[in-house]
Ligand binder design. Structure first.
Ligand code: MN
Length: 189
């Protein structure tokens, strides 16, 4: 590997490495859904972003910096989808340490939590630690409003249709069984 290709590789956006096997979240999320959702949809967003960013002002920026500052358009949309899906896939575990959050996150949920509907649904914290639930379209993310995202629910059909068809509420209910609460708690700074 030459220095030039090494630098180019380091500047690429990469797929998040899943901390579980593609079949490990069954029956909540099937291997087929992970294969498509992670392996095809997310990979496409990563590939798009890596082809769009070089030569622009966003070269060398982090995903978070791009999502927070980019104007609406292909770079913002693809960066948002990469960030959102990374965030989404890394919040699950086949063996949750526990089925409820603890500590400051648990306190904030009890105090502030509401219901969420369609779209990407995001429980997030503001700078005072108060929780907000926002809905975001496409690649948007609460960090554009200065919030700290804690958890996200991908309610695009591709996230659940193979496993739950139109039963989105059943799917969302089942997701609570695989949330990696210690990982989510670390996002509440
Ligand atoms: Mn998705």
């Amino acid at each position: 590997m030459t220095l030039i290709t090494l630098i180019a590789t380091l500047m690429m956006f990469n797929m998040p490495k899943l901390p579980y096997a593609h079949n490990a979240l069954e029956p909540v999320i099937s291997q087929a859904t992970i294969d498509f959702h992670y392996g095809k949809h997310l990979q496409t967003y990563v590939n798009n972003l890596n082809s769009l960013v070089p030569g622009t002002e966003f070269e060398g920026k982090t995903l978070e910096e791009i999502v927070a500052t980019a104007p609406d358009g292909p770079i913002f949309n693809n960066a948002g989808q990469v960030l959102n899906h990374t965030f989404y896939f890394l919040q699950f575990t086949p063996a949750p340490a526990r089925h409820e959050p603890e500590g400051p996150l648990a306190d904030a949920i009890r105090r502030d939590f509401g219901l969420f509907g369609s779209g990407w649904a995001w429980p997030s914290a503001d700078k005072d630690g108060k929780l907000h639930i926002t809905k975001e379209a496409n690649g948007s993310n609460p960090l554009r409003a200065g919030l700290t995202p804690l958890l996200t629910f991908d309610v695009w059909e591709h996230a659940y249709y193979l496993d739950y068809q139109n039963r989105r509420a059943d799917h969302l209910q089942a997701l609570w069984d695989i949330i990696d609460w210690p990982a989510v708690e670390k996002r509440l700074k």
